[in-house]
Design a protein around this ligand. Sequence first.
Ligand code: ACO
Length: 357
Amino acid sequence: MSTYSHIIGTGSAAPERVVTNRDLEQIVDTSDDWIVRRTGIRERRISSLERPENTAEMATKAAREALEAAGMEPDELDMIVVGTVTPDRQFPATGCMVQTALGAGRAAAFDISAGCSGFLYALNTVHNAVRCGAAGKALVIGVERLSSVLNWEDRGTCVLLGDGAGAVVVSAGSDNGGILSTHIRSDGQFWDLLYAYYGENHIPDSLDHLDAKPFKLRMEGNRLFKRAIGCLTEIAVEALEHNGMTSRDIKLVVPHQANIRIIQGMIRNLGIPMEQVYTNVDRFGNTSSASIPIALNEARREGLLTPGDHVLLVSFGAGLTWASAVIRWSMEAVLSEAEDAVGCAINQAPAAIFPGP
Ligand code: ACO
């Protein structure tokens, strides 16, 4: 019998502090009008270390909400996979910090670095682990504290990015559906279009790097922009074709939230109306690995997903990496089936314990 991988819980978390475009006008030469017109971003969340809202904390909060939605205890998890490029420590993995914070003692935990595609790369890993029987229940988390690598003097990047976390619980099941396929791609020849300079103790390999600020993000936005729309379209089409679908079969697209113009460009290519696309880039900016699971959680909570709906997830980011997934939404159906099974087991228990004469 085939094993399928179903999303049975979603959650998200974001720092409390809201930084608006007007706030940024105070620190760099920019304007609300420019940011809104070029990106669609109006505000973003920026973490505070006092609360604390570091990477592991935000990931744990999102994971707890996803586990609660799934009605699951952390010690049922076999695997925790975290997509992030902004861990609190170079090592150990954020996944291990989340594991201990949750009390998920049985789980194998590790991180994946795939730029803004980190969540879909992690979902791909878990989907395949579940399908081949290596894991029965797993957490997939996308989390970033991009504010920790931002150069707040660079108007070309500091207005774009934000902090946050999203998580899904994936469970093995025998019902056909859930995650139908995942697709991942990369092209390392463009790695230097977006990167964070590496470490306070880094020994510069040329004099050009001597003035570099440690851990600061550098980006060639315009060149990224041009590649993004093509790569997103390509991997979305690959996912649809793999499942014998056309864009008409998709109920909702949940894309990486980098820039509304990138999303519109891809959607135009796919021939899908914008009403069928979930966007929250105006409220969160680009949260890299966290953007898709935050958006998916919001879409679920807003009642936009019903069992049987086909959902397309699609991302593009540093690496370069790009990725997609097609899901036949099944969360509520799987959970109600599990509830019925528990009810059945309880109803049958007395007969089994006290067999008749
Ligand atoms: N405020 C005002 N002016 C600005 C700002 C700002 N915050 N930032 C740049 N400008 C200026 C530039 O200096 C430039 O001025 P100039 O013409 O006098 O030299 C002008 O605006 C145009 O700059 P471009 O970089 O050509 O503007 P573009 O239309 O490409 O928009 C942007 C820039 C928003 C960064 C866009 O390229 C983009 O979104 N790229 C993708 C970046 C991204 O999201 N990266 C993250 C990961 S990859 C991904 O997720 C897709």
